[in-house]
Design a protein around this ligand. Structure first.
Ligand code: HSE
Length: 407
């Protein structure tokens, strides 16, 4: 394999080193395309080009590895490479999530693979497992911590009392955070990853607008105090589960997790994903969710997979039966609010369990639909904050699953 590499940042440089240390893999980086001519780099300028066409038009390059952080530029590069019949490996979750249907179409039309294991949960091989292992055992739900930066920030602020700004700065310095950290802290990066996981677990291709995402940037003292008093931790959790009538619920929210929850001990930059299947019960994946070598290891695995002609078959997309996303899920949440808004907010809850007020603010705990939660978020903005306590839903039994097994 002759590789044309785009990007030589944290992950690109990581891949360069990882490839040097993996001589068994018959893959050589022939050219590296970067944007900034003046940036000081660890290897000489003879390794680099500044013109993407030097790679795209080079017929001896048969694999393009795209590791830049600009999703729009990545889209141009990846689509051009696929159209030229080059296999592509990408780590760009925003690009893959935003253009999923088109990228799938291009792979079919030009009969070339696009692999992106590093785009979701970095080192953790979750996409290939969802695509291959859970082919026959029907999945009921996936739930997990899929963003390393926010998990790092939550761990450092909550357990080690670091300030939010300092923890974010550390996540940036360690190369975990996106160039625009709002993508991490606002739950957008987690949402893009959830979109990708949704396609490979349930065969549903969602647009980013369809999936509700809350981040960690509006978590206040009251919620932290609540968590500490009850022995809970707050994690940013992405989840998707099947409901009645061919529906799926999918959303990203901060969540209180109990010490019994397997996500409780997934700290720092680690990611963890729980899959629940009808017949096998639960599986738990854990691994480093960001950083140079862990992300490069997933890219390396994709490059290696190309050597034996691996490609995603998108089996579940091919056989999915009119699934739709639903906002009807009922969630038990803690809602923090301004003092005067309490009564109006209570009306949006199906049931109110507890209500607390001090001189300036308060919280309500109780059951609310995802739909109402989205509405309140739009209406009240940063005047409210929600933390998920748990999902109030019916769990399907293996006997109902039998009815649902596709022919
Ligand atoms: N910013 C991302 C994260 C990088 O923190 O998870 C890995 O996708």
């Amino acid at each position: 394999m002759n590789i044309g590499l785009f990007g030589f940042g944290v992950v690109g440089h990581g891949l360069y080193e990882v490839l040097q240390k993996t001589p068994g893999l018959q893959a050589t980086i022939k050219n590296i395309c970067v944007k900034d001519k003046n940036k000081q780099r660890e290897i000489g300028p003879e390794n680099f080009t500044y013109d993407k066409n030097d790679i795209l038009n080079d017929d001896s390059i048969n694999v393009v590895v795209e590791l830049i952080d600009d999703a729009d530029a990545a889209y141009e590069i990846v689509t051009a490479a696929l159209k030229k019949g080059k296999a592509v490996v990408s780590a760009n979750k925003k690009m893959v999530a935003e253009h999923f249907a088109e990228l799938l179409q291009l792979q079919r039309e030009y009969n070339v693979p696009l692999l992106y294991e590093a785009a979701a949960c970095a080192s953790m091989p979750i996409i290939r497992n969802l695509e291959e292992y859970y082919d026959n055992d029907l999945l009921d739900s996936i739930e997990g911590i899929v963003n390393g930066s926010t998990n790092y920030i939550l761990t450092k602020t909550f357990s080690e009392n670091l300030s939010y700004a300092d923890a974010l700065k550390q996540a940036q310095d360690l190369g975990f955070a996106e160039s625009n950290p709002i993508l991490d802290t606002g739950g957008f990066d987690a949402k893009y990853k959830l979109q990708i996981l949704l396609a490979h677990s349930f065969g549903y291709i969602a647009t980013p607008d369809e999936i509700f995402n809350l981040g960690i940037d509006n978590i206040g003292e009251l919620e932290l105090k609540y968590a500490k008093e009850k022995g809970l931790k707050i994690k940013l959790v992405a989840q998707a589960f099947k409901g009645a009538d061919n529906t799926i619920s999918a959303f990203v929210t901060p969540k209180f997790v109990t010490p019994e929850d397997r996500l409780y001990n997934v700290d720092d930059v680690f990611n963890g994903v729980l899959t629940k299947t009808y017949f096998a019960d639960t599986h738990f994946f854990v691994g480093r969710g960001a950083g140079a070598y862990p992300t490069a290891s997933a890219v390396l695995s994709d490059i290696s997979a190309l050597s034996y002609d691996y490609r995603y078959e998108y089996k579940k997309i091919l056989r999915q039966e009119n699934l739709s996303l639903s906002n009807d899920a009922e969630l038990k949440v803690l809602l923090r609010h301004q003092k005067d808004d309490a009564e109006a907010l209570k009306l949006k809850f199906n049931t109110v369990e507890e209500a607390y007020l001090n001189n300036s603010e308060g919280y309500i705990t109780g059951d609310i639909t995802l739909n109402n939660l989205k509405q309140l978020q739009q209406q009240y903005g940063t005047d409210v904050s929600f933390i998920l306590i748990n999902v109030v839903k019916e769990t399907k039994s293996a006997s109902t699953a039998q009815v649902a097994v596709p022919a």
